[in-house]
Write a protein that binds this ligand. Structure first.
Ligand SMILES: [Zn+2]
Length: 167
């Protein structure tokens, strides 16, 4: 009942992800319809119920264009788990403020990069110029496409791809 279910808006725009229990609850309440089954059935004593993979809301929800949340996990993913100073590819990365916080550097997409602990330690509280270091790429906010936002779910849910692509 904890499997991920993709929730589409009434216009088929991918909205978010919920679990099977919530998806079935929304279908039974008439708030959503099943778009794709693909996961067999859930059986109870009296009836069986198709297990949804994708549902679609009956009524359109208005919301602003989604943006990728600014978290350590998303910064590392944007930077492809690569230290932006030395290019080391490792799961053990920290997040560095390119322009140091103590000098007024902001906690924003364009001032945060993945850094290995030795580069982060070497740079310390200095600017890249002061530390004689350079960046592989200048950081920026990642794209807010559905493909980018839902990317980590796609290897386990390839049946979602046609519904995600293009949004
Ligand atoms: Zn490094």
């Amino acid at each position: 009942m904890q499997a991920s279910v993709l929730v589409l808006n009434a216009n088929f725009e991918p909205l978010n992800i919920c679990n099977t229990r919530r998806a079935i609850g929304m279908i039974l309440a008439g708030k959503a319809t099943m778009i794709l089954n693909g996961r067999g059935e859930i059986r109870s004593i009296s009836r069986s119920f198709p297990r949804p993979s994708i549902i679609r809301l009956e009524r359109m929800i208005k919301r602003p264009r989604p943006r990728v949340k600014l978290t350590k996990r998303e910064i590392l993913r944007r930077d492809n788990y690569t230290c932006q100073y030395c290019g080391r590819h490792t799961p053990y990365l920290t997040v560095d403020h390119v322009f140091p916080r103590r000098l007024g550097g902001q906690h924003t997409w364009d001032n945060l990069v993945a850094a290995c602990s030795s580069c982060n330690h070497h740079k310390g509280g200095r600017t890249i110029e002061q530390a004689h270091m350079h960046l592989l790429h200048w950081p920026s906010e990642p794209p807010s496409s559905a493909n980018y936002i839902f990317a980590r779910h796609l290897p386990d849910n390839s049946d979602w791809v046609p519904f995600i692509t293009g949004w």
